[in-house]
Design a protein around this ligand. Structure first.
Ligand SMILES: [Zn+2]
Length: 477
């Protein structure tokens, strides 16, 4: 019987990698092997060390990768898979391929920087410290990508085919419907990847891309994410609070500094600012988007307007390209970035990384954190152990560039901007299924989140649900 093996994002939210093996032999010999997602483990060190271990099956024996979307925890291990001998096709939508074209080389560059840093301070267990993959290796891996259109059936082998349906999580994101036909019997599997918010503009504001995952699915087996299985998103519209925060900061002569993920979150936020200014809810103050990757991503967003919500389409029709909005400055060079330090009038500065673990946001924070007139605004999840978490927890100081910087600026967080559905939204979507799947495996969640999601699905839907375990093999019956 064919089986699925969970090679990542089981017991944790990163490292998504699910292997399907069509072999009728339990050893997996002679089966066709395909990976759904090939993500990087991030966060706690114990998990990150898995990035350095080989897959339990040799990379060259994996014949294809189906990639749901361009977040690093889903695509960031692809260059390593190729480095270890994978030569098959990597199927993704064309926006996902475009986004991977900037994200993977950037990830390779960061891996090289990290290795150089550890070699300089000689703190690595390995001598010399090596990057997981280089920028060049990341670029080389891009040649294996193959575009698949949403809804198009792709035959991978005589018995295995798949098609993408929309997940509405980020630009280009999809779920993979996979069909396995053996001995005249077809089994339908649905791998959700990450699932976007429901179709309610008020509670999922500023969604740049399609709202709501595809409804009316049919599946015998589901592998579903559970990132927010134990949390609820606030249901109030965040816009009045956002407007009030910006207005109050400007009134006291300060600036609003927003650490934001370069892909999707930054784009969403600049659209919201534009809306607040155009509708007169905040006064016109300069806005700086200081992230070369975010700017490249905006260009990719503009290219794929078929992905937009009606609100996004309206806004571009009304105001033109977001890259040419008056009062908005997009800083791509280091010089342009440094110039923002000299801006002493009230402004909004959006920069990455989103959890202040690196990137240009660091010099803005180092400059603006000590002044109580300024406002630091978090619009994304801050993982424990990151600088973003330290600042959000209102610690007295935070270490940046080797110095302790006092935290005197105002700190606020708006939790409504998540791109993951929460349990009520997931249930709303699951209720649109046209059948009751035989089994659902929950992945991509901390153990508590996955456990709570399993319980709520059993209680509310009466479904058969299990939490996937790391390296566990489950039969496709
Ligand atoms: Zn994601």
């Amino acid at each position: 019987m064919a089986y699925i093996q969970f090679l990542g994002a089981a017991g944790t939210v990163t490292g998504s990698k699910h292997l399907i093996n069509t072999s009728s032999d339990p050893s997996g010999k002679d089966g066709f092997q395909v990976l759904v997602d090939c993500g990087l483990f991030q966060g706690p060190k114990d998990w990150r060390e898995h990035n350095w271990r080989d897959t339990p099956v040799p990379a060259k024996e994996i014949e294809a990768v189906i990639l749901t979307h361009a977040h690093l925890d889903h695509c960031g291990w692809i260059p390593r898979l190729v480095k270890e001998g994978f030569r098959g096709a990597i199927y993704a939508t064309s926006p996902t391929i475009d986004l991977c074209g900037i994200i993977l080389p950037d990830s390779g560059h960061l891996q090289e920087e990290d290795a150089n840093f550890y070699n300089k301070i000689k703190k690595s267990k390995h001598d010399p410290a090596l990057p997981l993959y280089t920028l060049e290796e990341a670029q080389a891996s891009l040649q294996y990508f193959k575009a698949a259109q949403v809804g198009q059936t792709v035959q991978l082998s005589p018995e295995l085919s798949f098609r993408f349906v929309r997940a509405a999580h980020i630009l280009g994101s999809c779920m993979a419907e996979i069909s396995l036909t053996t001995r005249g019997q077809t089994r339908r599997m649905l791998f959700t990847g990450d699932i976007g918010r429901v179709r309610d503009h008020a509670i999922a504001p500023g969604k740049v891309v399609h709202s709501g995952p595809t409804e009316g699915e049919i599946a015998d087996l589901v592998v579903m994410e559970s990132t927010y299985g134990n949390r609820l998103h606030p249901k109030e519209d965040p816009m009045p609070e956002l407007a009030a925060l910006i207005t109050a900061t400007a009134a006291r002569g300060g600036s609003v500094v927003v650490p934001a993920f370069a892909i999707e979150r930054t784009q969403k936020f600049i659209f919201l600012l534009k809306h607040l200014m155009e509708s007169g809810q905040i006064s016109r103050i300069p806005v700086f988007c200081d992230s070369p990757m975010a700017i490249k991503a905006v260009e990719i967003f503009l290219k794929h307007d078929e992905e937009y919500t009606d609100e996004t389409r309206d806004m571009i029709r009304k105001y033109g390209s977001p890259l040419a909005w008056p009062g908005f400055t997009f800083a791509s060079t280091a010089e342009e970035s440094k110039k923002i330090n000299a801006v002493l009038v009230p402004s909004v500065i959006i920069s990455s990384s989103g959890m202040a673990t690196g990137g240009r946001i660091l010099h803005h924070l180092a400059q603006r954190l000590p002044d109580p007139r300024n406002q630091i605004l978090f619009i994304g999840f801050q993982a424990p152990g990151t600088r973003g978490f330290t600042i959000k927890s209102k610690s007295p100081e935070v270490k940046i560039f080797g110095d302790f910087v006092p935290i005197r600026a105002q700190i606020a967080a708006l939790e409504q901007f998540s791109d993951h559905a929460d349990p009520p939204e997931l249930l709303q979507w699951l209720r649109t299924f046209r059948n009751r799947p035989d089994i659902t495996y929950l992945v991509h969640g901390e153990p508590d989140a996955s456990g709570k999601m399993r319980d709520v699905m059993k209680k509310e839907l009466g479904w058969n649900v299990e939490v996937a375990q790391y390296l566990e093999k489950v039969e496709v019956r």
